[in-house]
Design a protein around this ligand. Structure first.
Ligand code: HEM
Length: 556
């Protein structure tokens, strides 16, 4: 560009008064908006609620909405594809359509995690499997997969029973000392958090968190309610900030997360210090133990051993193994805790289902005792149809992850299971989506979609799994029971078999020993500010709570 042209252009701006500058700025903004609006694929015709606020969009409203009620409202009012507004008028898509979800979750290089989402993972979980993208993700996943097979997960069952029985002993002590051996109300979410932390410690690393024993362990303390205290109750300002992160370079976002003085970020960084120390010790210990051949192995031992036999290119570095330790500690404990607590809550609400479940489990224990065993084997539990139906129904009705967020970096077209009728009345058989669109593959929306599960999809009804029509669908999706609970595709939950084995061990142990009921006057609502938050209505100020009354059903 000739030098004098640049000079003259600058001079032109220099000579403008503020009105001319404002008019020029306005003209550029309008031209850009019109260009953007008419050259970009538009989502204006997708059904959805009107925008309540240009600045915040629907996000504050979604924070407070009740889990399940919101998804049901979307499905019945708008259908299985809904457009809602993010901050600054941005379009977001909420998706409960099986084919569209299948396409998103099976196109892992096209639909990726947002930069802000990944940076949250980096602080909370390090740069492990949940953080990695592309080839790095494939390499990490390949290294971890052998440790999560069916036989490896089932081999952990005795460890899960050990922790479940310890929980029973703790509850019996509480019932004896505080409830004189009779019914006693306790906060089930607190206890489940402790028990599942101990279970992931023992199952995945052979590490004693000592959460049920209230051991003075700084790592255990730093995990207490970590997800809730980090991301459980963001203010509107924090939500806006998180959303605007996508417009900043990843390095800047990283710097802000790494140095921010927010107490939640400080808690996550403190957790990292403790977790790194423990992870290093554990890895060294596993390497030393590798010379001794063990039959029963924790996940980390399997990972360290398998990694040592990989070629140099595929091998995980030590910092990557440490990242997996932190990833598994978090991903594998809160999720299972939520599933168990909501399962027990459903059973407390429906005594008849609970009675039928206890009958099946008690009979199985009697059969095991006759043949000389104390606990049920994985094979015994496989043969308990109603127990497994209750587990699947809990995972369907109370998916621990509400939704799976992704963004696309390229214009593309989503196939639809059912045609979508746009706001204009036009019918769409597939949906063009512009690049940069953030979508939410809704686990709750899909799991409650009447097109997939029938008109009683909202009801907690385990019997549906015993009927011949269950698990049959046009687009088989998930890993387990065609549920979206464990996601699907190349980034699906690697620990789903581990989770199912753990849930089975806890459920049969607890139901055999205690009956569960809802304490009078303490009704629960489950908010969904990114994670599931059970609260007692009227006691919201106390934060997370799920009180249930337990009564021993066998001699103490
Ligand atoms: C009921 C329990 C569980 C539920 C509902 C659950 C759900 C999920 C979901 C929805 C994802 C996909 C997240 C995304 O792509 O944004 C996921 C990924 C993952 N889960 Fe789980 N999970 C559970 C238990 C576990 C357990 C027990 C472990 C480990 C011991 C585990 C480890 C992981 C890991 C490492 C990933 C990342 C996979 C990848 O990106 O390749 N999860 N889980």
């Amino acid at each position: 560009m000739p030098h004098h042209f640049v000079e003259r252009t600058l001079q032109l701006f220099w000579d403008m008064d503020y009105k001319q500058l404002a008019a020029f700025g306005g003209a550029v903004a309008v031209t850009y908006t019109v260009y953007w609006r008419y050259t970009r694929i538009s989502l204006d015709d997708v059904p959805g609620p009107d925008n309540p606020s240009f600045l915040h969009g629907h996000q504050p409203f979604l924070q407070d909405a009740e889990a399940g009620e919101l998804e049901n409202h979307y499905l019945t009012t708008y259908g299985s594809i809904v457009r809602w507004k993010g901050p600054l008028g941005e379009d977001r898509l909420w998706i409960a359509d099986p084919k569209a979800i299948f396409r998103i979750l099976h196109s892992v290089d096209l639909w990726v995690k947002t930069a802000a989402h990944r940076e949250i993972h980096a602080v909370l979980l390090d740069r492990g499997l949940l953080w990695a993208e592309g080839d790095a993700h494939r390499r990490q996943r390949k290294a971890l997969t052998p440790a999560f097979g069916l036989s490896e997960s089932r081999a952990l069952m005795p460890r899960f029973f050990l922790v479940a029985n310890k929980l029973v002993d703790k509850w019996k002590d509480v019932v004896m000392s505080e409830g004189s051996g009779g019914p006693h109300t306790l906060d089930i979410q607190l206890w489940m958090g402790k028990a599942t932390l101990d279970a992931i410690g023992i199952g995945a690393f052979d590490y004693e968190f000592g959460a049920l024993d209230n051991l003075d362990n700084p790592l255990t303390k730093s995990y207490t309610d970590i997800v809730y205290s980090t991301f459980g109750a963001p203010t509107n300002g924090q939500l806006l900030f998180m959303n605007l992160c996508r417009y900043l370079p990843a390095g800047v976002v990283r710097y802000m997360f790494e140095t921010g003085s927010d107490p939640a970020l400080q808690k996550a960084r403190q957790n990292r210090v403790h977790a790194h120390r423990v992870a290093r010790e554990l890895i060294d210990q596993k390497r030393q133990e590798m010379v001794v051949e063990q039959t029963e192995k924790d996940i980390l031992s399997l990972l360290v051993k398998a990694n040592d036999t990989q070629d140099e290119e595929s091998k995980l570095r030590d910092d990557e193994i440490i990242a997996q330790v932190r990833t598994l500690m978090l991903a594998g404990h809160e999720t299972v805790a939520k599933t168990l607590m909501f399962g027990l809550w459903e059973l407390a609400k429906q005594p008849e289902i609970q009675r039928r479940l206890r009958e099946e489990i008690t009979e199985a224990y009697e059969a095991a005792r006759t043949r000389g065993g104390d606990d049920l084997t994985p094979g015994d539990i496989d043969n308990l149809p109603f127990t497994n139906a209750v587990i699947k129904e809990t995972l369907r009705r109370h998916a621990a992850a509400i939704e799976i967020q992704r963004v696309t970096w390229e214009d593309n077209v989503l196939p639809l299971t059912r045609p979508m009728v746009g706001r204009s009345g036009k019918t769409y058989h597939s949906l063009p989506v512009p690049k940069g669109t953030i979508v939410y593959a809704s686990c709750w929306g899909y799991n409650l979609n009447p097109d997939v599960w029938g008109p009683d999809a909202m009801a907690f009804r385990p019997e549906r799994w015993l009927e011949s029509s269950s698990e049959k669908t046009e687009t088989p999706l998930g890993m387990y029971g065609n549920l979206l609970t464990f996601s699907a595709g190349g980034r699906s939950c690697i620990g789903w078999r581990f989770a199912v084995a753990e849930i089975q061990a806890f459920l049969v142990t607890l139901i055999r020993e205690f009956s569960f009921s809802i304490p009078e006057g303490r009704n629960i609502r489950i908010a969904r500010p990114g994670i599931l938050v059970p609260m007692v209505i009227g006691e919201e100020g106390k934060g997370l709570q799920l009180p249930l009354t337990i009564t021993p059903v066998r001699d103490l």
